[in-house]
Ligand binder design. Sequence first.
Ligand SMILES: O=C(O)CCC(=O)C(=O)O
Length: 274
Amino acid sequence: MFPYQTFVDMEKSRVTSPIDLHVENVLRRGYTVLENLISPEECEDYCQRLDVLWDRQVAEFGDERLRQLKDHGIVRCPLSQDRKFTELVMHPRVLEVLDRVLGSTAILHLQNGIVVHPTTVHQQSLFHRDFAKSFISNHPLSINVLWAMRPFTKETGATWVVPGTHNTQLVPSDEYTEANAVQLEASPGSAVLFDSMLWHGGGQNKTDRRRHAVNHQYTKPFIKQQIDLPVLLAGMYDPETPLGQKLGFWAIPPKSIAEFRADPDKRTYRPGQG
Ligand SMILES: O=C(O)CCC(=O)C(=O)O
């Protein structure tokens, strides 16, 4: 234990459960790792599903076009083609931390499968913010949850983060990044939960095997989604469920004055969502 001095009007963070420490990690250094949320067998199943969806998206859009769009290796919105992926969105251990950091009315902004092919340099390996804003909010607005489906090691290209950089407007210098970047090695089935303002980037996959991951971004419900999920998923998922809320079905802007003036219980942007 490290003893602290006490000062008037200064409250100390308290940890009474493991969730408290995860929350404090996210607020202070920008990230936390939730270990072993699902089994290695389930991860392998997800990898196979991602390979199937990746092949399908290549068949639809073409390898060359996806490279041109810098979208090579990204499986866009897997849950729109395979319901299994909703289990990641709604994983209870993720949601208990997410609810504390972002609030229970947070919605899914995007879900992307990431298939890092051997020896290719993928777009996400350039350091970036996923919520690429030039201002700092005093409350988190957006949180990422990146699931490792294959081992995240130095060789497979574990994700790099630059701790604490979610709290400063300026882009970190090369020297700061060089001195402070941390590569997050993690076993399959673990998830890195981070503030989307945190500077981070994928590592290089130096193995001869694909490295699979699934990235999620959740935001406050008033922020637009990457793809309009209530439109994309209409008829596929029940809006009247906790999953429906997370997919954004409870935070739809009214499409007319009449919809805006509907009774509160009929509003498309439901009361209490924030
Ligand atoms: O694949 C990785 O390790 C990082 C992915 C990433 O940075 C992203 O999707 O924003």
